[in-house]
Design a protein. Sequence first.
Length: 230
Amino acid sequence: MIKQNLEEVERNICAACSRSGRKREDVTLISVSKTKPISMLEEAYAAGSRDFGENKPQELREKQETLPTDIRWHMIGHLQRNKIKYIIDKACMIHSVDSERLAEAVSLEAGKRGIVMPVLVEVNIAREESKFGIYEEDTLAFIEKISALPNIRVEGLMTIAPFVENAEENRIFFRKLRNLYVDIKSKNIDNVTMCNLSMGMTGDYQVAIEEGATMVRVGTGIFGERNYKQ
Ligand SMILES: *Cc1c(COP(=O)(O)O)cnc(C)c1O
């Protein structure tokens, strides 16, 4: 089932790339495996997935320690400072930097291990009360500030778009984020590469790709519905 789901997602990604004149290799599919058992991740791995997304630090760590070492682990969820230590040497990227205090703490932990952690800045592009993230108008100043930290490198922007019935409703938000990304990239800030735009989930990744996503985060479309009730 997971293999077939991945094949379907892959076809959709290819179609969205060709509709928008983009190359397939310019889009990374992140298989969002939060709450799912190791056996399902193994199935996805066997079907070719090498990028997995998790939102709980301890869960990311446990899965990382169990599964093959060529997997790239993306930390995509809200991160508390006291949990950075669980993932600092396990995650390839943190997609959810949303405060100066968090950026400083990530840099400090990365420094202790002698590494530079790639990060994305989470932007609350639709200004939803319920969501984390920096507002659009504050993003440039925020990035200028945290770019001075020695052990992180800002590689782009991430957003979680509103939950909508029709993915087309989110096109405007993806376009806004892409414009912000291009604008910040053009400033050529030291230590800021702006090479990744992480946007689009199961309901709207095709639209996100048409609007320039370089990373899409797909959970339900690969692993099925999540059951949070235990
Ligand atoms: C859970 C999650 C996803 C995947 O959501 P689906 O709708 O299941 O594809 C993507 N991004 C983030 C940040 C998430 O927490």
